[in-house]
Design a protein around this ligand. Structure first.
Ligand code: ZN
Length: 235
């Protein structure tokens, strides 16, 4: 706004400035700007980034597209359908609770990104040095139901009372999914989960129960070789 402000034109009266603004914003002027190269004109007039520039950019989007919606014209009055139950094994209200002994092992999935991978690497090293677990490979891209980079380790039920508090105190702020392994992987990931820190989406709706001949529950094959004694306050 160099040519309009008081510093650039110290003698300009308030009325002159208002008039110049009115001219700049007049329909003819706006037509000119459109025809004569909007960006150059805006740069010259100092109007880039102002209300006018935004108006010019957004105006076309405000117009509805011609034609009819493929959804028809009366979606607003369609009846509300009751969706089918997607809760695992619960087509009806269950008659009894599920036995907690259906859990045969656990997984901890640690999520990270391009900014937090070093935290993940440190935690991975610490865990492998201290616990007998099945440590998976790095997943630097989404894999299976996991929508961000991750790694995981699997562990047996006996370690649960130690691993959960250990992960709580050593997450380094990363998002961690802890899920049990039963015969229903979809439920394990979507409904039976524990989270350390914030949760994030898990794309597990297509997961299926194991087919005939496949192991009924995911097995844990320990592959770490702990060398460090677990820290305790009394150590
Ligand atoms: Zn898992």
């Amino acid at each position: 706004m160099q040519e309009l402000n008081q510093a650039a034109a110290p003698n300009a009266s308030r009325d002159t400035i208002d008039l110049e603004w009115a001219n700049l914003l007049s329909p003819q002027r706006r037509g000119l700007l459109r025809r004569g190269g909007l960006l150059a004109a805006l740069a010259a007039s100092g109007l880039a980034g102002t209300a006018l520039a935004q108006d010019e950019r957004q105006a076309p989007r405000l117009k509805a597209a011609p034609g009819k919606s493929p959804w028809g014209e009366h979606t607003d009055t369609a009846p509300t359908p009751r969706p089918a139950n997607v809760r695992p094994g619960e087509e009806h209200l269950p008659a009894a609770p599920r036995a907690y002994t259906d859990i045969e092992s656990y997984h901890a999935h640690i999520y990270f990104d391009e900014d937090s991978f070093q935290k993940a690497a440190l935690m991975r090293k610490w865990a492998a040095e201290r616990f007998s677990v099945e440590l998976g490979d790095w997943n630097t891209e989404p894999r299976g139901p996991h929508v961000t980079p991750s790694f995981y380790f699997g562990f047996t039920n006996e370690l649960l009372p130690v691993i959960v508090p250990w992960l709580q105190l050593n997450s380094l702020g990363l998002t961690i999914l802890i899920h049990p392994n039963t015969d229903d992987p979809r439920a394990d990931h979507l409904y039976y989960a524990l989270w350390v820190n914030r949760s994030q989406p898990v794309n597990g709706y297509a997961m299926k129960k194991p087919g005939p001949g496949e192991p009924r529950v995911e097995q844990i094959y320990v592959n770490t070789h702990p060398t460090v004694k677990l820290e305790t306050a009394r150590a």
